[in-house]
Ligand binder design. Sequence first.
Ligand code: IPD
Ligand code: CA
Ligand code: CA
Length: 262
Amino acid sequence: MGDERGRWLETAVRAAREAGKILERRLGESREITYKGPGNIVTDADMAAQESILETIRAAFPHHAILSEEMVPPEADDGRPLWVVDPLDGTTNYSRRWPSFCVSIAVSEGGRVMAGAVYEPNLDEMFHAHRGGGAFVNGAPLRVSAVDSLTGALMSMNWPYGREGMAQAMRLLECLMPRVGTMRSVGSAALSLCHVAAGRSDIYFHPSLYAWDVAAAGLILEEAGGTLTDLQGEPWTLQSAQCLGTNSLLLEEVVEVLDDCR
Ligand code: IPD
Ligand code: CA
Ligand code: CA
């Protein structure tokens, strides 16, 4: 890894940890909640975490572009390295003090995610990866599971906001559930993908997500030996509106089930 790219990862890790500490500190406070759409909330804590992250990135890389979930208007992706930030993934959990949430920060270049950090303050788990360098949690290498049959698989998914998205997720679940071993839903896309990277689960799908939900954890998954695609099995890109993360061994079988589902 070149010095410059090494600084990307180091800055992403530092910014994620600092923002995570802010979230942890503020967890017990009363919340200011604003609705962005049905079921889709943003809180004062999302904004405080975002402010801290933007400050850290801008101090280290004043000429880079930033796409952050709560930043209005977003900066243009104009060929500069692009930081893709979710200051709080799992806001609904956080607002209810349900302890599964994280900070997610990725850096992409030419549309390819090159570095990523996902920090879960509750367990003090820092997941990170840079392209070609493997994936780690708190310094220990990550590897996806060796589960190679759907019947033995632990699948996870999360619910999109809005009735239409939920109905679509229900249809996909109806096809997949009878085929897999069991299912979990933790309420944070980034953490769920990191769990596949860590071999804690084998499959994760979501029918409606944004780049900031997936970018960092998707690289961590790939660097741990997993595969990140859309629901058709095509490679995931920053423009993809859905995601499927697998331990690679189960990809083909899951896509076959999803193909028959439509
Ligand atoms: C959400 C979480 C959730 C997923 C939603 C996302 P947010 O992100 O990742 O698990 O089901 O679709 O939008 O709003 O907490 O950053
Ligand atoms: Ca999110
Ligand atoms: Ca968020």
